[in-house]
Design a protein around this ligand. Sequence first.
Ligand SMILES: [Zn+2]
Length: 83
Amino acid sequence: MDEIYAEDHDLEDEPGSRGYDADQDASYFCWACGEEIVVPVDPTMGERQVYVEDCPVCCRPNELHVELDLEHGGVRCWSEPVG
Ligand SMILES: [Zn+2]
């Protein structure tokens, strides 16, 4: 009697999200406290981005490096100490 529900509906597969049209999320590990921080990535800012952002956990400045991998559609993000 449950055959009506046999078809899986995958809610994570959003039809509107493709490529770099939408904002992406990247995550890095704070160099100071080791927490994993998720940051939104704006693809319109370029394939390689470097900027400073304070860690929301320990408030120390992180120099963030973001690289967009246009070939594979991935995002690389890591942090380094500032100065
Ligand atoms: Zn931190």
